[in-house]
Design a protein around this ligand. Sequence first.
Ligand code: DHB
Ligand code: FE
Length: 291
Amino acid sequence: MTQQLDHATDLHDATVARAADSGANATAQFQAKQKAAVAVSKERVSEVATAALTALHEVIRDKQVTYEEYDALKAWMIAVGQDGEWPLFLDVWVEHVVEEVANADREGSKGSIEGPYYVPDAPALPARATLPQRDDEAGTPLRFQGQVRAVDGTPLGGALVELWHADDAGFYSQFAPGIPEWNLRGSITADDEGRFWIDTVQPAPYQIPTDGSCGRLIDAAGWSAWRPAHLHLKVSAPGHRLITTQLYFEGGEYVANDIASAVKPELVLAPTPRADGQGDKVTYDFVLDPA
Ligand code: DHB
Ligand code: FE
């Protein structure tokens, strides 16, 4: 891991204004997705906004927050916007509770946060596929295979498995410079039995950009800036509820100390070496709730 860390740091140093890059891209990506205004009643806005502000007022009283600290907060919030880091801030520190509420009633697979780096319409791939990758893509090869089923066990033929993840240095295509557009991103259609076999490489842990406002908060608070290595997935089938989730790797660094609080025990994979010596393999089945 020390080697991986050094590698990530080297790349980081060689990358100009990385927080601004990934932040601006994450902002643009979110705005493209969020074209229409969401219809929310005045009553609901007032209810939630009043509760949020009241919670903040309570913190100020409880912690006896000073004018100096209030001004530091104001300056920091202005800078988060200037750095384009609101998507990162919200997805790291807030989204996991929204996910918990949204998916509390599911019987099937556990969900996890989407994060800021999903891009729709990744290249379509068949059930047996290799994710788009560079000729010299670094990292341990990983065969990720499984089946998509309904809660009653019925295989969901033709289910869609969208998979995206960071590379062996912890960087995402389209959010860090110099990586081919669709690298390590694909939309896989499962076979008639809902099965899929996807060849990719093991991702590295991901470090929250350290040169922006989120990094300054992490540094000022003495927190860790890391997320454990993870695969991102969206799995869907007609008549069923799409699940957005992430999968982690047993024994991996930061699995027990994720800055985004998005690890669940059911989402930790334990890959084993492949018989042909070509890296690792792991099986994970998805269960989709009815729509
Ligand atoms: C962030 C990055 C991720 O890869 C992720 O899964 C969640 C959050 C972030 O930088 O905010
Ligand atoms: Fe991620």
